[in-house]
Design a binder for this molecule. Sequence first.
Ligand SMILES: CC(C)(COP(=O)(O)OP(=O)(O)OC[C@H]1O[C@@H](n2cnc3c(N)ncnc32)[C@H](O)[C@@H]1OP(=O)(O)O)[C@@H](O)C(=O)NCCC(=O)NCCS
Length: 148
Amino acid sequence: MRTDHVEKVVEIEKKSFPAPWNRSVFVNHLKHPEFAKYIVATIDNVVVGYIGLFFGGNYGQITNLAVDPAYQNQGIGIGLLTTIIRFALVKKLITISLEVRVSNSKAQELYKKMGFNFVGKRQGYYQETGEDAYVMCLQLEQNTKIIP
Ligand SMILES: CC(C)(COP(=O)(O)OP(=O)(O)OC[C@H]1O[C@@H](n2cnc3c(N)ncnc32)[C@H](O)[C@@H]1OP(=O)(O)O)[C@@H](O)C(=O)NCCC(=O)NCCS
């Protein structure tokens, strides 16, 4: 992701999440490639999806993943996740975790398909709605699945 991608990313962010991150959050993270990695998917040079990862030591945390509603169910989400897992392997991370709303079965299915397992639940994790989050984890050395 480059700074000129951020405007479109924020548009998709607003369509996707009840508490969307604003432009300055993404711009600040892009200044820190030593711990933050963002990848975009584009069609005809227009951003249609993105994924973010914080990483340090052997550990990574997916910060956000979204695909523009007009382009969902075409494999773009899987493609973004696959690409960030490849990046994590290069960085020699051994664990990637994430939080996902308990109601978001579509995202959970996608994460399970990529080898993530449910490891816990955070009560009332999403402040804006009070919804609980499942914590899901991928152990990279043992069960990484890369879909070509
Ligand atoms: C979750 C999200 C990123 C998936 O992106 P996508 O490009 O539509 O996903 P894909 O087309 O790659 O589909 C991946 C898998 O999701 C699952 N999936 C897709 N549609 C589904 C549905 N309606 N119900 C359940 N699972 C579904 C399937 O496992 C699918 O694999 P398959 O097509 O081989 O069956 C997208 O729906 C999105 O942006 N949602 C809003 C934001 C969000 O919830 N982000 C995740 C936060 S944790």
